[in-house]
Ligand binder design. Structure first.
Ligand code: G1P
Length: 295
């Protein structure tokens, strides 16, 4: 019987320099897709997968993330007084339960692996999910829920993967694999940000992981890798000598909200899906495209 995945780690310490000046005073994870912050969507996905404890690895200037997952009495009073009960209920629905969140800080930007390692005491000795909020995984059934199916079957460590055009592989971690069975395969090789000619495939590590706690010891012994940073991929490569890793091809669409195009595309896609917005939004989009000679 595989141990239940109860905890999820959200690394949210990054500076978000690609979104300046928006991210000067506002964390990039608080930028919104329509009206939900990117980090809220990541938490929604984890909640749907049955996660009970949400661990945020934050940094300086990220205080509003903690506020976002807390009650806001003044606002609630105002909504109540104005009879806006639906909005009030929705706010409460989004709120994690008492004691279900933890926040720790990555004091120096030493890399994703180091950020995950900062959560080691909060995770303890149990398998956990790692969710990179920048990668917005859009699907009817959330990516993490889908991965739990593979975890039940194979145990060990599961990494969500997806195919990208070959010229894009250097932006990501890339896996090599044995023969694929359905949507899952055994990972035989991983490399972080390879040169195009060195990439073992065009299957990238796409931002959701189920990891065994032994990964923390591997991170601890990890030298800086790609970009001079301590990489989670390198720690996984070390752990792969002792434990199985499976790649899971999630069914749905990924928006890389760490890039401007991905972020804009996510807003369009999510906006077009909303019953309360889609009609008007489509009309406005058509108008804009026609006016700009893009249609
Ligand atoms: C991180 C991981 C990389 C993964 C990517 C997905 O890279 O190190 O393996 O493919 O996230 O977004 P980063 O985007 O932090 O450079």
């Amino acid at each position: 019987m595989n141990r239940k995945i109860r905890k999820a780690v959200f690394p949210v310490a990054g500076l978000g320099t690609r979104f300046l000046p928006a991210t000067k005073a506002v964390p990039k994870e608080m930028l919104t897709i329509v009206d939900r912050p990117v980090i809220q969507l990541a938490v929604d996905e984890a909640k749907e997968a049955g996660i009970e404890h949400f661990i945020f690895v934050t940094g300086r200037n990220k205080g509003v993330i903690e506020d976002h997952f807390d009650k806001q009495y003044e606002l609630e009073e105002t909504l109540r007084a104005r009879g806006k009960n639906e909005a009030l209920d929705k706010l409460n629905e989004d709120l994690p339960g008492a004691g279900q969140t933890s926040f720790t800080r990555q004091q120096e930007p030493l890399g994703l692996g180091h950020a995950v390692w900062c959560a080691r005491e909060l995770v303890g000795d149990e398998p956990f999910a790692l969710v990179l909020p920048d990668m917005l995984m859009h699907a009817k059934k959330g990516c993490l829920s889908q991965m739990l199916g593979a975890y039940e079957k194979y145990g060990g460590n599961i990494v969500a993967v997806e195919e990208v055009p070959h010229e894009d592989v250097s932006k990501y971690g890339v896996v090599g694999c044995t023969d694929q069975v359905g949507d899952t395969f055994r990972i035989t090789e991983m490399v972080e940000k390879p040169a195009i000619e060195d990439a073992p495939s065009n299957q990238i590590i796409s931002g959701r992981y189920i990891l065994q706690p032994e990964v923390f010891a591997k991170i601890e012994n990890q030298n800086p890798g790609a970009g001079g940073e301590i990489q989670i991929t390198d720690a996984m490569i070390a752990l792969m000598e002792e434990q199985p890793f499976h790649g899971y091809q999630f069914s749905g669409k990924t928006y890389d909200c760490g890039s401007k195009i991905g972020f804009l595309a996510a807003n369009v896609a999510y906006g077009l899906e909303r019953d309360d917005l889609s009609g008007d939004f489509k009309a406005v989009l058509k108008e804009i495209l026609a006016d700009s000679d893009l249609l």
